[in-house]
Design a protein around this ligand. Structure first.
Ligand code: FEO
Length: 385
């Protein structure tokens, strides 16, 4: 438990044991499930935590309450990492009112199979609720990242309780650059919804936000324009870093050799290069990097007459997150029937603003001298100018 500011307390928990967030994203440094208590004449609690941590969370809450009874639980997001301890709090405080919108309560009933008729306070977009000294105003944020999501602005704290937005992976005691795990989190979880994130940012424009309290990761209370501007870029699919991401598969090392040759040519030109073995490394880092950096190369051998399976997954993952407006190079490899480049172009063709950078490099089993020249040419064309 930590008093953060004035009457605002942090009562969230760190999950050090989780292996896969949302059963798919590796989180080597765990994750935090954030929850907050705002003490006033009426007391509001913002969100609960994953059910596996409900006892720790309840202890944190009880310590802050110090014998008082909370009036409201504000339910900003129904994903179970934030909602699955709601019933434990209700059991402890039967007079508690649950504050949410119509979609919140529709989901609450479906997830937890209770009626909640006596507990619900259904609010509308931009409706306010007074705690006494503090006034809460709710801003619906559909699809950031579920349809029921809403955020809360507390005026005299100048605090935005931002649900999943502005969150990141890792527990709160990990010292790391915010942007790295925040971009992997953003593009992994919210990346598909750039339009909705932009709509939200427009909606919040004009609020005097001095503190952002997300549901994962640290409270942000310094240099907020940095975070807000990053979100504007990410939501608009604008690259924020210069460099070439090479996502590859290699079965026996021949495609890898081409990747490393291209990398060395690019580095000779002082171009930043990141390589990702899609079969062996965490694909979510390769996904977020495709969006953060301004150029991408896909290098893939033929397998079962088509793309290697991880490359299929990768192109699917970036496509469904609206990958767009990027330069893309292609290296294909095969011993017979090489159709990788054609297939990749087909898969990328529905995406906006994809420019294929020539030459497409076709390797027949292992690199030839001609391939080396083509890779050099590709590196020059990727450099641009
Ligand atoms: Fe942390 Fe969309 O839940």
């Amino acid at each position: 438990m930590k008093r953060f500011k004035d009457d605002l307390y942090y009562v969230g928990v760190n999950d050090y044991n989780i292996y896969l967030f949302e059963s798919q994203f590796r989180v080597p440094n765990g994750i935090s499930y954030n929850s907050y208590v705002l003490m006033d004449e009426k007391i509001a609690i913002f969100d609960s935590v994953d059910v596996h941590f409900q006892d720790e969370w309840l202890n944190n809450v009880l310590e802050v309450l110090n014998g008082r009874t909370p009036t409201y639980l504000i339910i900003q997001h129904m994903e179970p990492d934030h909602s699955s301890s709601i019933n434990a709090l209700l059991d402890r405080f039967p007079s508690l009112k649950l504050v949410g919108n119509n979609k919140t309560f529709d989901m609450l009933k479906k997830f937890y199979r209770k009626d909640y008729q006596n507990e619900m306070i259904v609010i509308k977009d931009k409706e306010s609720l007074s705690l006494g000294k503090y006034n809460l105003t709710f801003y619906f944020a559909p699809f950031v990242h579920w349809p029921e999501v809403m955020m809360t602005y507390v005026d005299s704290l100048n605090a935005l309780f931002s649900a999943d937005a502005f969150g990141k992976f890792s527990t709160l005691d990990v010292d790391e650059k915010w942007e790295e795990e925040a971009s992997r989190y953003y593009f992994g979880i919210v990346g598909k919804y750039g339009l909705q994130v932009n709509n939200l940012l427009k909606k919040l424009d004009g609020l005097d936000i001095k503190m952002i309290c997300p549901l994962h990761g640290p409270i942000l209370d310094n240099n907020l324009s940095y975070y807000l501007n990053l979100y504007k870029d990410w939501a608009s699919y604008r690259p924020t870093k210069k460099g070439v991401v090479i996502a590859y598969n290699s079965i026996y090392g021949n495609t890898l050799k081409a990747v490393m040759t291209l990398k060395s040519y690019l580095e000779e030109e002082n171009i930043n290069v990141l390589t990702f073995d899609l079969a062996r490394e965490d694909m979510s880092k390769a996904i977020s990097s495709a969006f953060v950096y301004d150029r991408l190369v896909l290098a893939c051998p033929t397998y079962n007459g088509t793309l290697f399976p991880h490359m299929y997954s990768y192109i699917h993952e970036i496509s469904e997150r609206n990958f767009q407006n990027r330069k893309v190079g292609i290296i294909e490899n095969g011993s017979w029937g090489v159709i990788i480049a054609r297939k990749i172009k087909e898969l990328l063709s529905p995406l906006k603003g994809i420019e294929i950078i020539e030459p497409v490099v076709t390797i027949l089993s292992s690199m030839s001298e001609d391939n080396e020249k083509q890779l050099k040419e590709l590196s020059i064309n990727l450099k641009g100018e």
